[in-house]
Design a protein around this ligand. Structure first.
Ligand SMILES: [Zn+2]
Length: 276
């Protein structure tokens, strides 16, 4: 059975791009008699708002989308992420990083040329004297890849070879949150039995890391469907575009959400938007 999910962060209001993603995930599940789950990615306690959760549910209902089972909140699942983190730490694949944002920015603009990933400043350092200071936990990418060997996933039917090394030593537990996006998503997709991950192409690069974490944690690999993004006429993504109407604003102005959803399915995009 196909199981998909829509997993927004309640840090703001949803836009047409979110609607498009939710519709694609919903329709893939419903088309095969499967399940469509709703997961609220609220591990960022400082930016998440309960009022946005209520708005997200109202938006989906307005679009004519229904989800199965209870809504899952990441903030209620921190123990699961901790267990995964402990395992990786015990296997020697994590190290604490004490760098500030400014220090990382400085290291990345060093004279030997700009690097786009964390330069590994804290890797191999003895952290014992500093553990009382704020720190995040990073994955020792080279050690992790040595453990798993070459990995791949299926994306819209195509085989993609994972190259997680291009992301460097990614953060798996943040200074201000007990898990990072990468860790929480990987653990939750497995725990919820997600067979097919439908999401925007902006998250394609993250999948390299998710595939690696699945291998390290002995979790299954779903099929992936990274879809096009909706943009405005200026080419900027609708989710980020200044002044793009939110779903809530469209709903409150009397737009019929079910009609709008059908237009999105047919590739008809309102407000001059188009797919890239
Ligand atoms: Zn560091």
């Amino acid at each position: 059975m196909i199981v998909t999910r829509f997993a927004p962060s309640p840090t703001g209001r949803l836009h047409l791009g979110h609607a498009y993603s939710a519709i694609r995930a919903h329709d893939l599940a419903r088309g095969g008699g499967g399940q469509f789950l709703l997961r609220i990615e609220d591990i960022d306690g400082t930016r998440s708002r309960a009022e946005h959760v209520a708005t997200i549910m109202a938006d989906l209902t307005w679009l004519g989308l229904t989800w199965d089972g209870p809504v899952v909140f990441q903030s209620a699942r921190l123990a699961l992420y901790q267990t995964a983190l402990d395992r990786l730490r015990e296997e020697g694949l994590l190290y604490p990083c004490f760098c500030t944002r400014a220090e990382i920015a400085e290291a990345m603009s060093a004279p030997h040329g700009p690097v786009s990933v964390y330069p590994g400043t804290c890797r191999g350092a003895d952290p014992r004297a500093r553990m009382g200071e704020p720190h995040c936990w990073r994955l020792d990418m080279a050690a992790a890849i040595a453990r798993t060997g070459t990995l791949a996933w299926t994306d819209r039917g195509e085989t993609i070879v994972a190259v997680p090394e291009q992301q460097g030593d990614v953060v798996l537990a943040r200074k201000d949150a007990p898990a990072s996006y990468h860790l929480a998503v990987t653990v939750d997709d497995a725990a919820q039995g997600i067979t097919d991950v439908v999401r925007g192409r902006d998250l394609f690069e993250a999948t390299h890391v998710h595939r690696l974490l699945q291998a390290l944690l002995d979790l299954p690999t779903p099929r992936y469907h990274h879809h096009d993004l909706l943009t405005g006429p200026d080419g900027e993504r609708l989710a980020k575009r200044h002044g793009a109407p939110t779903l809530a604003a469209l709903r409150e102005s009397g737009v019929d959400g079910v009609v709008l959803a059908d237009e999105l399915r047919r590739g008809q995009l309102p407000n001059g938007a188009f797919r890239t």
